[in-house]
Design a binder for this molecule. Structure first.
Ligand SMILES: Nc1ncnc2c1ncn2[C@@H]1O[C@H](COP(=O)(O)OP(=O)(O)OP(=O)(O)O)[C@@H](O)[C@H]1O
Ligand SMILES: [Mg+2]
Length: 148
């Protein structure tokens, strides 16, 4: 297992390349936690990642719903993605009551979580911690850290 973290820098002009490079490393992990300030680009990156995976459903920010469910064809297998936004969560209990833990633990599913720090104890290891940093209005750097 790698101990050093990886970094990917990108703008909207080359985000498809960043997503492609990212997924080659990240696809083996079920839980992806996207950290970063408001407007850092968490939803934008997830949107492009879902496009890359040819998700069949409309991808949108789940801020009000807490969770969106998407499907894609993973080499002939129907694969579920849970796209969650924990910004409005108060604590772990609220997350559990909303059924979010069940989604995280569901075998063979992926979970992409925005604002994971709101209920960090709920994240089952191993997971990837992805910090998106705003460098300039156009440039972002994502740091990828495996937490196992
Ligand atoms: N390189 C980039 N990557 C991602 N977004 C970018 C980039 N450059 C500019 N942007 C812009 O930054 C904004 C990012 O918004 P986005 O909704 O993805 O942020 P977020 O991290 O999901 O915020 P929130 O915490 O409110 O959910 C968008 O308006 C997008 O067009
Ligand atoms: Mg968002």
């Amino acid at each position: 297992m790698p101990t050093a973290s990886l970094q990917i820098s990108y703008s909207l002009a080359n985000i498809e390349n960043a997503v492609h490079q990212f997924w080659q490393y990240a696809n083996q992990y079920r839980i992806l936690a996207f950290s970063g300030e408001m407007g850092a680009g968490k939803t934008t990156f997830i949107h492009h990642l879902c496009d890359h995976l040819k998700v069949r459903d409309a991808v949108s920010s789940p801020t009000f719903a807490l969770i969106n469910e998407y499907h894609f064809d993973d080499n002939g297998t129907d694969r579920v993605i849970y796209h969650m936004d924990w910004y409005r969560l108060k604590d772990d209990d609220e997350a559990i009551n909303a059924g979010l833990e069940d989604c995280l633990l569901q075998k063979d599913s992926y979970s992409f979580v925005e604002w994971p720090e709101k209920a960090i104890n709920l994240l089952p290891k191993p997971y990837l911690w992805l910090s998106i940093e705003v460098i300039t209005p156009e440039e972002r750097t994502m740091t990828i850290e495996l937490r196992a």
